[in-house]
Design a protein around this ligand. Structure first.
Ligand SMILES: [Zn+2]
Length: 266
């Protein structure tokens, strides 16, 4: 198993998303209520699966049938070609694009900017489309057992309902910026998560030239390293789940009354 499991990525995206949503500056708008915080976390959880689009076996690549399979192969081939085009003398020839282009900070930033630009250009349809795709991914990542058993039509319907509900309950002027930042945060969380594995990630490639390489891989300090799919992976999943539950309880205890009034008032 060479990839960190989808559920671990999704759960870490949710945990980091919950925290970041509460830290975002007030002027950004969009994240001021509990619902908006949850939406932000949901988007980050979904986006935390995106970098593995370069691997046809990953959750994200299997989520939308032949469409995501085709997209995955395209991304993997493009990444492979890009590495070979930009590699330095000491970089080995790339034979598989997994964990390259889509596992860089630049990809995370570009994806966030693209989401913001899409919303800026197309408005509401783009928002609903993005919510549909990202919340659908979050659902598959956070509830893997349920989503494996559920019919794809049910999954699609639930994703659509979530997207519509999110749009209905959370209208906001600066939705683009908020959504874009959630996407970037999710991708970045994924990349840092992969850095905890022994294979490492070329996080700044190809701009940084280091020890004769442009695609050299970096990893977190050894004592933090885990084996993807192994016990460390499960431990991380448990830790992030605990963080999510703790943050949700904190958020909910403070605002549960307001939330109930809001929900029943509509
Ligand atoms: Zn990955």
């Amino acid at each position: 198993m060479s990839v960190v499991m989808g559920p671990t990525h999704a759960m870490s995206g949710a945990a980091v998303g919950l925290a970041v949503a509460q830290l975002l500056p007030e002027q950004w708008g969009g994240v001021s209520t509990v619902q908006e915080t949850f939406l932000y976390a949901g988007l980050a959880a979904g986006a935390a699966l995106l970098p593995d689009l370069d691997s046809p076996q990953a959750t994200v690549s299997r989520s939308f049938g032949p469409i995501s399979q085709f997209l995955s192969r395209t991304v993997e081939n493009t990444a492979q070609g890009f590495v070979n085009f930009t590699r330095a003398k000491k970089d080995p020839k790339c034979r598989n694009g997994h964990r390259t282009l889509t596992h860089t900070v630049w990809f995370a930033l570009a994806t966030g900017v693209a989401a913001t630009a899409l919303i800026g250009t197309y408005g509401k349809p783009a928002v609903i489309g993005l919510l549909f795709v990202l919340l659908g991914l979050a659902l598959r990542g956070l509830l893997p057992e349920w989503s494996k058993k559920a019919d794809w039509l049910v999954l699609t319907a639930v994703s659509a309902a979530l997207a519509y509900g999110a749009w209905y309950f959370i209208p906001s002027d600066s939705f683009g910026l908020v959504l874009g930042s959630a996407v970037a945060v999710g991708c970045l969380t994924h990349i840092v998560g992969d850095m905890a594995t022994k294979q490492g990630v070329p996080i700044l490639a190809p701009l940084i030239y280091f020890r004769g390489k442009r695609w050299g891989k970096f990893q977190l300090p050894k004592f933090l390293s885990i084996t993807a799919g192994g016990a460390g992976d499960k431990l991380l999943l448990t830790a992030f789940s605990a963080l999510v539950v703790a943050q949700i309880s904190l958020l909910a205890s403070g605002d549960i009354a307001a939330l109930l009034t809001e929900l029943t008032g509509r």
